[in-house]
Ligand binder design. Structure first.
Ligand SMILES: [Zn+2]
Length: 274
C-alpha cells in the first residue's frame, strides 16, 4: 500500500524512491479536512509518473483537488516534482524559492497557508538544509518534520549547506512546539515527539564529544575522524558522514573549541582541539 490515512486531516502517499538516504522512500502528505474539496500537498517528491498518479488518486478518493503545494526544503527527493504545482494550476510555497527551480512563492517563518480546511504554519528549522521548514498543522498540533527528524535513524547534516549549530537550535525549537505527533519526510510517524527530540539532541551531543575525542586522540582530518567515529557504519555512507563531521567541526570552530590549521607549503588543512 502506498497510501494510508494517518488522522482525519492527513493522508500519506509513499513515493517509490527507497534508498539508504530516503529509507522506504519520500513521504508525500496530503492535508485537508473531509468535504472541504481541497488538499495541500506537502513535498510532492521525486518526479515519477506513478507517484503523481497515486497523489491524484488519493485526492480524488476524498473528492478533493490539489489546492496548494508546500515544500519542507529544496532537496530533490522532496522537490524534484515542483513543476506539478504549475500543472495542477496551484501556488507552491517554500522558505527559499530560489533554491527550487520552479515558480514558487516565499513562505517565511511564522507564515501560514490556509486551504482545504487546514492551516499549515511554517517553522523555519535550518540545519539539515538552510531553507528547511517544519510545518505545524494548527487544527491537530501535528508537525510535519521533513528531514529535520526522520522516522528511523538520524538525519544527515551535510556541510556546507547543513549547519550543525543551527540544527541543534532547530531541535530545541521543535521541542518547544509541543507537537502531538511528528510526521517525518521519511519513515513512520513518531507518536512521542518529546522523547524523539530528546534522543536526537542527545545523539548529536554524543557525536560532538566523539569528534572532540578523535581530535584529541590525534585524528586531524575529517576523513580520519570519520574512520574512527563511524567505524561501525557502511563505508558507502562515509562521504555523507564526512560532511556531517565537517558540520560538527564548523560548529566547534565557531565555539572556539577547535582550531583549523593551514599548512601553506602542502596546502594541507588539519584540525586540533584548542
Ligand atoms: Zn529527504
Amino acid at each position: 500500500m502506498t497510501t494510508s490515512h494517518l488522522d482525519d486531516l492527513t493522508t500519506l502517499v509513499l513515493a517509490p524512491n527507497p534508498s539508504p538516504m530516503t529509507l522506504d522512500g519520500t513521504n508525500t502528505y496530503l492535508l485537508g479536512s473531509p468535504g472541504s474539496g481541497g488538499v495541500v500537498v506537502v513535498d510532492p517528491g521525486p518526479d515519477v509518473a506513478e507517484h503523481r498518479a497515486a497523489i491524484e488518486a488519493a485526492a480524488a478518493a476524498e473528492d478533493a483537488a490539489v489546492a496548494a503545494v508546500v515544500f519542507t526544503h529544496h532537496h530533490i527527493d522532496h522537490a524534484q516534482a515542483a513543476r506539478w504545482a504549475r500543472e495542477w494550476g496551484v501556488q507552491a510555497f517554500a522558505f527559499s524559492p530560489e533554491m527550487i527551480r520552479a515558480a514558487v512563492s516565499p513562505l517565511a517563518d511564522g507564515a501560514m497557508v490556509a486551504v482545504g480546511g487546514v492551516t499549515v504554519e511554517a517553522v523555519h528549522t535550518p540545519g539539515h538544509a538552510s531553507d528547511h521548514l517544519c510545518l505545524r498543522v494548527a487544527q491537530t498540533g501535528a508537525v510535519l518534520t521533513g528531514d529535520h527528524v526522520l522516522g528511523r535513524g538520524t538525519t544527515v547534516v551535510a556541510w556546507p549547506d547543513g549547519d550543525m549549530a543551527a540544527y541543534m537550535d532547530s531541535l530545541h525549537r521543535l521541542a518547544r512546539l509541543d507537537a502531538t505527533v511528528l510526521y517525518p519526510g521519511h519513515g513512520p510517524p513518531l507518536p512521542d515527539p518529546a522523547a524523539v527530540v530528546r534522543q536526537y539532541i542527545a545523539h548529536r551531543e554524543e557525536r560532538e564529544e566523539q569528534v572532540v575525542a578523535a581530535l584529541t586522540a590525534g585524528d586531524d582530518t575529517p576523513r580520519a575522524v570519520v574512520k574512527r567515529v563511524y567505524a561501525d557504519v557502511d563505508e558507502a555512507l562515509h562521504p555523507a558522514a564526512e560532511r556531517s563531521v565537517r558540520a560538527h567541526l564548523d560548529k566547534l570552530i565557531r565555539e572556539e573549541r577547535v582550531g583549523r590549521v593551514l599548512d601553506p607549503s602542502s596546502e594541507r588543512e588539519s584540525y586540533r582541539v584548542r
